[in-house]
Design a protein around this ligand. Structure first.
Ligand code: FAD
Ligand code: UDP
Length: 391
């Protein structure tokens, strides 16, 4: 099937069969979306001698990793982005384009009038219960754990860390973040956070971690060297003509939109980012502070200068307000509950049956993927493409 999937019966422009298509068409790949999936795929395809055209409807490259310089500080426009991976190939790949610093993410969390350490570790347990040894902390958790098989985020959290931590640091943050009762959310979301019985505030467990020195935008600029990128272009404004420019389309936008919402809309969660430039040198003393109770509607305040240790008399902070993804709101997080997963599976089957289109990235795979996972996924896709081409 050669199907562009739109409900109105639109089809890709008459495209010659595979043998001759690349001689006639200008590009091997038309890549929709200049985020991490699109840019990684384009880089590796270009390195292998393929011709790529990337387009993005935003006015900039980098997708959600985009950083911009404000008052001499690299501001993460779409929320804090900390790079972490245990995959050496991924770590080497990003090092082709930027040097990384040794930033280690150690967020703090505010609940009531107290400040706690994250992720959940011996520091958190001491701050909450004054326990000092792992066995004291384990006993405390054991006495209040959920003992069944966790079927949702609330049960998973109660099973891992017990009632006190759930009530103090998880329940209200999760409600704000997702706009749902934690009982309606999948368990895996909370398993992103490590639980440790050591005094270790590192939010991630990966072997490699850091922030690209000079910001992510500079990394993308280096990654995209020699690759044609057209910004402010929405694929859906001209899909059949654009698809006709290349042998294959690599699509990294929302999968439900690609298929014209024919199985219904997938739910995404959106965010508003409110930036402020403050005339002080240091606002909160840390890059990330979470607000875990209901006294504030936002979930986090990011103070960007701490990612790169930028020295400046002023500082830039961002409050992160979660919101429903309706109208013009940008989709950030897939909501992988049972209802949406069932809808997604229908789109996935349709995608698998669609020739000459590769679906990749967070919105297209409808998966809560961190940056290193997206890069790995793009690496795998181009590898199998090249294998197929040489077979
Ligand atoms: P995106 O970055 O969303 O790129 C997709 C691009 O496609 C966008 O630029 C979009 O404009 C474009 N597009 C969509 N539809 C069209 C269309 N019709 N026409 C043209 N262009 C289109 N990961 C980490 O590893 N560490 C972190 O600390 C971290 N923090 C995060 C914080 C937040 C708030 C969020 C939302 C994500 C975070 N991530 C983090 C995840 C990270 O952002 C993603 O893994 C990564 O950006 C996904 O890349 P992508 O290419 O799949 O998607
Ligand atoms: N979470 C929480 N309290 C916190 C931090 C995280 O309850 O202080 C929960 C919340 O449900 C969140 C999930 O853990 O959506 C994953 O957190 P993470 O920091 O990985 O979220 P992201 O950075 O992807 O938004």
């Amino acid at each position: 099937m050669t199907d562009d999937g739109s409900a109105g019966g639109l089809r890709m422009a008459a495209i010659p069969s595979t043998a001759s298509r690349q001689e006639v068409l200008g590009y091997d790949y038309l890549i929709v979306g200049c985020g991490l999936f699109g840019a990684t795929f384009a880089r590796l395809a270009t390195d292998a001698g393929k011709r790529c055209l990337i387009l993005d409807r935003r006015p900039h490259i980098g997708g959600n990793c985009y950083t911009e310089n404000l008052a001499g500080i690299n501001v993460h426009r779409y929320g804090a982005h900390i790079f972490h991976t245990s995959n050496k190939a991924v770590w080497s790949f990003v090092h082709r384009f930027a040097e990384f610093n040794n930033y280690v993410n150690s967020p703090k969390a505010i609940s009531g009038d107290r400040l706690y350490s994250l992720p959940f570790n011996m520091n958190t347990f001491y701050e909450l219960w004054r326990t000092r040894t792992p066995s004291e902390a384990r006993q405390k958790i054991e006495s209040q754990r959920f003992l069944g098989e966790p079927a949702n985020l609330e049960e998973q959290a109660l099973s891992l860390v017990g009632q006190d931590i759930y009530d103090t640091l998880i329940r209200d943050y999760t409600r704000k973040q997702w706009g749902k009762n934690p009982r309606e959310l999948p368990a895996f979301i909370i398993k992103r956070l490590p639980l440790r019985f050591t005094y270790n505030n590192n939010y991630f467990t990966d072997r490699y971690q850091g922030i690209p020195i000079g910001g992510y935008t500079a990394l993308f600029e280096a990654m995209l060297e020699g690759i044609e990128v057209r910004l402010n272009v929405d694929f859906f404004d001209n899909r059949s003509q654009l698809s006709g420019l290349a042998g294959k389309v690599v699509y990294t936008g929302c999968i439900d939109q690609y298929f014209d919402y024919s199985f219904g809309r997938l739910e995404y969660r959106s965010l508003d980012f409110h930036n402020e430039v403050l005339d002080i040198e240091n606002f909160q003393g840390n890059a990330v502070i979470n607000y875990c109770d209901t006294s504030e509607p936002f979930t986090r305040i990011i103070e960007h200068k701490h990612f790169e240790g930028s020295s400046s008399d002023v500082t830039v902070i961002t409050r992160e307000y979660p919101k429903a993804c309706t109208g013009e709101a940008i989709p950030y997080y897939p909501v992988n509950d049972l209802r949406n997963q069932a809808i997604y599976r229908q789109y996935q089957a349709r995608a698998q049956a669609t020739e000459n289109v590769i679906f990749g990235g967070r919105l297209s795979e409808y998966k809560y993927m961190d940056m290193h996972v997206v890069i790995e996924s793009a690496m795998n896709r181009i590898r199998s493409e090249l294998r197929q081409a040489s077979a």
